[in-house]
Write a protein of this length. Structure first.
Ligand SMILES: O=C(O)Cc1cc(O)ccc1O
Ligand SMILES: [Fe+2]
Length: 453
């Protein structure tokens, strides 16, 4: 397959025409009496008509048939999506999941059928909240497309490449890339291998790039590294093209007689996009102490409360570690936010070997967590020379101000929750010493003075 082309920029106003139909985009207006090539004009609104200009998002499609020509929706009963957060008793324990299973070879499961909600909070009806899903699939969506009426999907592939066709054109998503497909955008996922990954769904707001403050005008995820597909269409009449809709937390399906990927030209600023995490420009201390992980924020979905995210997407990329007189790994921590972590590649520095690619952890609001015993002891005694950390690895975190509830699938059905997780902190020793009436940290004297009982 030839390399796909993309448009570059975050939040930009784009125009795109399939090269097979030059001048298919109307000039100077959105709704000509007759569109070029006999196309239909259709607007997709991603914000209220009256949203301030800085937040206003919409795109115009010029398509062979308008989306409205479909038969009635019926319930679609596959998959494990839920927004029922009351199915399980609340559980504040630290949670770790072993890598999630792929479907067995005897069953065909496509991307949408393979969605399993693991945790979340809030409600798409009131447009507040989020859901975290694990996807695990082994077959392609054939003559079947999906759209989410409830919110936006941030897709984090962990195994396998997703070949995604959208109304805007085609994009591929492979591990260490992420894709955002926003509310209402229709897409189809084809695969050539078993695929697994994580999805952060947000109900209320779209993702933005974080402000950079004193960092200045450049850095972290740079806008030009976000890629949007170019127009591509197929003119295909079929007996039964399925459109699956996620609406109020439930799936529905309807039929139509043509491919929904019939957009010949489009323009606008409401678009799907992808981003290669290898392009993240890492900022960190070059003196001492461990910076808060907000320095690694790729995208943020803001709540109404200033500086407080419904969800931040944060990564832990390969980088240099140079801090002096510092315990370099993550600190011990109790947080007013929920921390859901996944691992795309390699291992996570605070828990080498304990947290595996394709697995997950959840450290809920105010639940203590931090480095395991080995990490603490090694990092307390390591020689503090400049060193590469997280080489060949990529962990990430969805951090949310919401108190996340784990679903029945997450707690029971998936059978991956590890009851032994708490043990990784059980061996942490008391190193406290008092010497000549002065309190001090034994670590200063490691290997030297015995502790006084
Ligand atoms: O809990 C974690 O591992 C995530 C995390 C990383 C870090 O570098 C600092 C704080 C934090 O919560
Ligand atoms: Fe944390």
């Amino acid at each position: 397959m030839s390399e796909l082309k993309y448009l570059s920029g975050f939040g930009s106003e784009f125009t795109s025409e399939d090269p097979r139909c030059p001048n298919s985009l109307p000039k100077g207006q959105n709704n000509p009496q007759k569109c070029p090539y006999g196309l239909y004009a259709e607007q997709l609104s991603g914000s209220a008509f009256t949203a301030p200009r800085t937040e206003n998002r919409r795109s115009w499609f010029y398509r062979i048939k308008p989306s409205v020509g479909h038969k009635p929706f019926k319930k679609f009963n596959k998959g494990n999506i839920t927004h029922n957060w009351d199915g399980q008793e609340p559980d504040p324990n630290q949670m770790r999941w072993q890598p999630f299973d792929f479907p067995t070879k005897s069953e065909n499961v496509h991307f949408i059928e393979g969605l399993n909600t693991i945790c979340g909070a809030g409600d798409p009806k009131t447009k507040q909240g989020l859901a975290i899903h694990i996807y695990s699939c082994n077959s392609s969506m054939n003559d079947c497309a999906f759209y989410n009426a409830d919110g936006d999907f941030l897709i984090v592939p962990q195994t396998g490449t997703l070949h995604v066709t959208t109304e805007f054109g085609k994009l591929t998503l492979k591990p260490n890339e992420i894709g955002v497909i926003q509310q209402g955008m229709r897409f189809n996922v084809k695969i050539n291998e078993p695929c697994r990954g994580y999805i952060l769904e947000v109900f209320g707001q779209h993702f933005i790039l974080p402000d950079l403050g004193p960092i200045g005008a450049n850095g972290l995820a740079n806008p030009r590294d976000f890629l949007t597909p170019v127009a591509w269409y197929e003119d295909r009449t079929v007996d039964n093209y399925e459109i699956i809709s996620k609406y109020q937390g439930k799936l529905f399906v309807c039929e139509q007689d043509h491919s929904p990927f019939d957009v010949v030209a489009w323009h606008g600023n409401y678009v799907p996009y992808k981003y290669d995490l290898a392009n993240f420009m890492v900022i960190n201390t070059v003196s001492f102490d461990h910076c808060d992980p907000s320095i690694f924020t790729v995208l943020s979905c803001q709540s109404e409360k200033k500086g407080t995210a419904i969800a931040d997407f944060v990564i832990f990329p390969p980088r240099w570690s140079v801090q002096e007189h510092t315990f370099r790994p993550p600190y011990y921590h109790r947080n007013c936010m929920s921390e859901f972590m996944g691992l795309i590649l390699g291992e996570y520095e605070a828990k080498r070997g304990g947290f595996l690619p394709g697995g997950a952890t959840l450290h809920s609001i105010m639940t203590p967590h931090g480095p395991d015993l080995k990490c603490f002891e090694d990092a307390s005694n390591e020689e503090l020379k400049p060193t590469r950390v997280a080489e060949g690895t990529q962990a990430f975190m969805f951090e949310s101000c919401l108190s996340l509830a784990v679903t029945k699938w997450g707690a029971e059905t998936c059978e991956k929750l590890d009851p032994e997780y708490f043990k990784c902190w059980q061996g942490l020793k008391k190193n406290f010493t008092v010497l000549l009436g002065l309190a001090t940290r034994k670590s200063v004297f490691f290997g030297g003075i015995a502790s006084i009982p």
